[in-house]
Design a binder for this molecule. Structure first.
Ligand code: ZN
Length: 456
């Protein structure tokens, strides 16, 4: 049995001092005792928090971070020009490359304070569009990366059938994503087999890519595969897709989805940045998690999520790093809050009378991320997976602080260098701020991106 003792910890009932957390051999929290002496042999740490899930990632995009910041030949550089470069980049990625990048991304997520990732995995076919001999080859590579890094994995194979609401076929750059409902069912089977090799906290869900890429019949065909597991979808990221949905289905994307699909607490709606107030309130009432990716949504110019209205209506939120242009938990939290401040010209917008901004955001994304990943975690409580992050309270940014101010300092003046340790379902994979396999994973990634960057 592992024992962790912390000067302070954020428990479901609030902050507690001198907290002893015992983990069982399966990686679950067995007991939580505030006001305890530190036993001999216990790991002694500063502040202990429930580690959130990074609920939305496309791992391969990490390797093109920073390469798309110049203005292209198009008159208005935009999301859509970014997407074209992304497709060209994809031609260079085979199974080995996918695994190397995924391991590096997962390592960086752990070092940033995330205990698990929801990998929205849509790269399925070989370059040129043919299926691999094992249709789930690349899903298996994401799982293999998780086996090496120890990061918790909720794998979300993506169903992507059409190039738009008019049911046009996929463009040449998109043929690696293609599936019919039938081939997707086979892929989903293969992904389940790949996950069986991982520890039991791994989960499988499904992800219809978007309402552009899955028509109503396709959506209805693949939904039963989810069972009681997670269902993720890119819902309303860009104004162009709102216009397309209205033209073809007579409703805005969130409005259409809520009226035509069994949206409930299993669902996670990614990038709900294009909603009118009625949609925001209806989505909050559905129980679905809003999957927010504030850094990527800023990078792509998507728009600002209405966090004030959504949280005010009791909506559930979580954080994802999506394009992985930057992997930073602290920065995602402050970017979300700052987006609200810039829009509303106000301060501490997401704080409540009882909770500071940092505390409210942390608790919301820990609970919402776990819900979205179908993962029994998100709080330091017996029976849950031991997804824990320790902050270095000896660092200048945190010295002399306790309670909510500790989290505010992490989110607003600190960064991920304050993360000292990370446990994912009890696996102690970050210690002293470094992932336990940092050197070999980084070396492999370095060799790969040096080659890739020479080709682009
Ligand atoms: Zn995405």
């Amino acid at each position: 049995m592992t024992e962790i003792w912390a000067e302070t910890a954020l428990l479901p009932g609030g902050w507690a001092a001198d907290v002893l957390v015992r983990l069982d051999d399966a990686g679950r929290i067995a007991a939580v005792t505030p006001g305890a002496e530190a036993p001999a042999g216990a790991a002694r740490r500063g502040a202990l928090l429930p580690a959130p899930v990074n609920l939305h990632s496309h791992a391969f995009q990490r390797a093109m971070a920073g390469l798309t910041e110049a203005r292209g030949p198009d008159p208005a550089d935009s999301f859509w020009t970014w997407r074209r470069l992304m497709y060209r980049f994809l031609d260079q990625l085979g199974p080995d490359e996918v695994q190397v990048i995924a391991a590096y991304v997962q390592m960086q997520m752990a070092e940033a304070g995330y205990a698990a990732v929801g990998e929205f995995h849509y790269l399925h076919n070989a370059p040129g569009g043919g299926a691999y001999a094992d249709r789930a080859e690349l899903s298996g590579r994401i799982a293999a990366a998780a086996a090496e890094t120890g990061l918790g994995l909720t794998l979300l194979p993506v169903f992507y059938q059409y190039g738009g609401c008019d049911l046009r076929p996929l463009a040449p750059g998109q043929d690696r994503f293609f599936n019919t409902p039938e081939t997707f069912a086979a892929l989903h089977d293969g992904a389940a087999r790949a996950l069986a090799a991982l520890p039991p906290d791994a989960r499988l869900g499904i992800a219809p890519h978007s309402l552009r890429a899955a028509d109503p019949a396709g959506l209805a065909a693949v939904l039963p595969l989810a069972g009681d597991g997670p269902v993720h979808i890119h819902v309303a990221e860009q104004q162009a897709e709102v216009d397309e949905l209205i033209a073809h289905r007579g409703a805005r994307p969130v409005e259409w989805l809520l009226a035509n699909a069994p949206v409930d607490a299993r669902w996670c709606l990614i990038h709900a940045t294009q909603m009118v107030a009625e949609e925001t309130l209806a989505m909050a009432a559905s129980g679905a998690v809003a999957g927010l990716c504030p850094i990527t949504e800023s990078s792509l110019g998507d728009g600002i999520f209405d966090g004030v209205r959504f949280l005010g209506a009791g909506g559930a939120i979580g954080i994802g790093s999506d394009s992985n242009i930057r992997i930073s938990l602290s920065e995602e939290l402050r970017t979300l809050e700052y987006s609200q401040r810039l829009r509303d010209r106000a301060r501490a917008v997401l704080a409540t009378p009882e909770r500071s901004t940092g505390r409210r955001l942390w608790e919301a994304v820990a609970a919402g991320g776990a819900q979205a990943a179908g993962r029994a975690s998100g709080a330091i409580a017996p029976g849950l997976w031991a997804d824990l992050v320790a902050l270095d309270t000896g660092a200048g940014e945190l010295l002399g602080l306790s309670g909510d101010r500790l989290l505010d300092s992490f989110a607003f003046q600190g960064d991920d260098r304050l993360v000292s340790d990370l446990w994912s379902a009890g696996r102690h994979i970050v210690t002293g701020g470094r992932h336990v396999a940092h050197a070999p994973i980084t070396a492999r990634y370095g060799a790969l991106v040096t080659r890739l960057r020479g080709l682009l």
